[in-house]
Design a protein around this ligand. Sequence first.
Ligand SMILES: Cc1cc2nc3c(=O)[nH]c(=O)nc-3n(C[C@H](O)[C@H](O)[C@H](O)COP(=O)(O)O)c2cc1C
Ligand code: SF4
Length: 429
Amino acid sequence: MAFEPLLTRNIHREGSESIDAYLASGGYQGLRRVLKEFTPEKFVEEVKTSGLRGRGGAGFPTGMKWGFLPKGREKPRYLCVNADESEPGTFKDRLLIEKDPHLVLEGIIASAYAIECNLAFFYIRGEFHQGCRTFEKAIAEARARGFLGKNILGSGFDLEIIVYRGAGAYICGEETALLESLEGKRGYPRIKPPFPAVVGLYGCPTIINNVETLANVTLIAERGSAWFAGIGRPPKNTGPKLFCISGHVKRPGVYEAPLGIPFLELLNERAGGMLHPSRPLKAAVPGGSSMKILPASKCDVLLDFDSLAAAGTSLGSAGGMVMDTGTCIVGALLNLARFYAHESCGQCTPCREGTGWLVKILSRLERGDGRPEDVGLLADIAFRIEGNTVCPFGEAIAWPVDSYVKAFREEFEDHARRKACPMRAAAGA
Ligand SMILES: Cc1cc2nc3c(=O)[nH]c(=O)nc-3n(C[C@H](O)[C@H](O)[C@H](O)COP(=O)(O)O)c2cc1C
Ligand code: SF4
């Protein structure tokens, strides 16, 4: 069966963000179906059987996460939408928010119904001015048509949504830092457990889901779990997925495909292949900047959670980055390390100090002041960060460092030995 792109079905249409355009394309029928045909428990089961895994990075099964909410209703439950999207090279959620906000909103309402939540928060990156305006307008439109507020579509279900603008810190995309930030505090990640499903926002049970995850809930509401589970690579890698691709490709962008599409197909057929025909692929980070790098010889992989794990990396946020043979790997890693050093929240010593050291060592290697022991030192610092921090931000820099050094050790050693960047030297720079 030919793959039908549904997450991106509206984005190229004129005025795609308006509720009229959305309704004209069959929008909100899925929500009607859920409110009419499903109890909350039954819709949680429906999402479980669809096999949907979170699209925010960790790939945790969405229905199972919803199932972790405590049974009693002593405290209110909250749904927090993670629209912080700050990973370098990842720009898929922004596309949905700006171009098809009702697709996301419909998923939020259906999900809130499933988890019996009457107040949801839309935590959006502060810099997304357009996305924020578009989403607020979508909320107003949905309320005016009876999809939000009291007694939605006569079902007896009430929901309000508050849009909260973050101040643009990468760490506030980490779910517990997001909760701290929403509570008006500095975005310091919390130690887990307890997990937010049990102790979350204001100490209440809270579900945090990614924007694309919730857009997929709309599709499940519309077409059912059996349809969803038949796309991709069942049983564990189901559904459509948005893949970002950037770097040295002809057509960088966001492409929708079933989970499990070959990376080389995404690169060569969707993204138009390498930017400069004379410079072939050197390496790629198929899952995004915080994941492990694959040298070209290992890039013949399928893009899904389990295939990429088997290949020694991860799907992450699917913010793929492509590097051609003109790329200095030391320079690329330095660029990345600078970002992580700047964005570390500073709460734990290995991350706060380690990222700074990484920048220092990579800088001297890159400018030609490196020492032979620096290569081992990089791997050692990464090793000391990994597993020793409050949140997975530590791994998000430790994994790239470790994998770049392992895959391209000679290039790092060459920098130290020659006391210069070999590429710059060759270019006479
Ligand atoms: C440093 C860091 C940054 C993150 N940034 C985001 C983000 O911008 N958006 C997002 O949805 N998840 C982000 N995550 C993952 C969230 O912590 C969380 O797993 C996710 O929002 C859960 O939603 P999902 O189950 O629908 O994937 C980040 C995690 C870390 C460690
Ligand atoms: S790992 Fe880094 S970002 Fe995460 S809590 Fe520790 S210092 Fe902050």
